[in-house]
Design a protein around this ligand. Sequence first.
Ligand SMILES: [Fe+2]
Length: 205
Amino acid sequence: MEAVLGYAHGNDTGPVPGREDGLAILHEFTDKPGLRAHALAVESAMRAYARRFAEDEEAWGLVGLLHDFDYERWPSRVDHPWRGSEILEARGYPEWFRRAILSHADYTGVRRETKLELALFACDELCGFLTACALVTHGKSLREVTVKSVRKKMKSRSFAASVSRDDIVHGAEQLGIDLDEHIEFVRDAMQSVAPRLGLAGGRGG
Ligand SMILES: [Fe+2]
């Protein structure tokens, strides 16, 4: 049986299904290990920020887990994340949940307003960048990634060139978290699931 979580969000208080449901959707639509790992990474960061802000950890984690689930099948701007939003609606996910996901892409025109929406945007690109940083360490390990090394790599245009530095900087700003602190916080959150991200180094340590 799937647990149903209550979650208040302004006037829209619709419940969301539980994590098992979200994981099943992710696996149904996403095969690529890198994209699955990205979903888990953003989930871990969103859970950590939910705890920090005393928000609903399960709901925030699920938004992180599902924010890109339609991307593998429908990567174009015409479809992503709109297709995913339609699928989530059909499967009973409430409007506030889908709105948060739509707001993570600038081109949807859905403005980021809530803490949930600001956190998702702040974590998304940074998770990708931290993954790239970990993959070039000696042991392919998040443990070897320091804030200083991340800041240095952000200045190198050729490194992980597809990741928007502006999004990382503005994301932290809009969330109201100092950038160094944000980098460290998200890295630590990802570190907690590093074996599942393939970034634990060695043999799964
Ligand atoms: Fe993403």
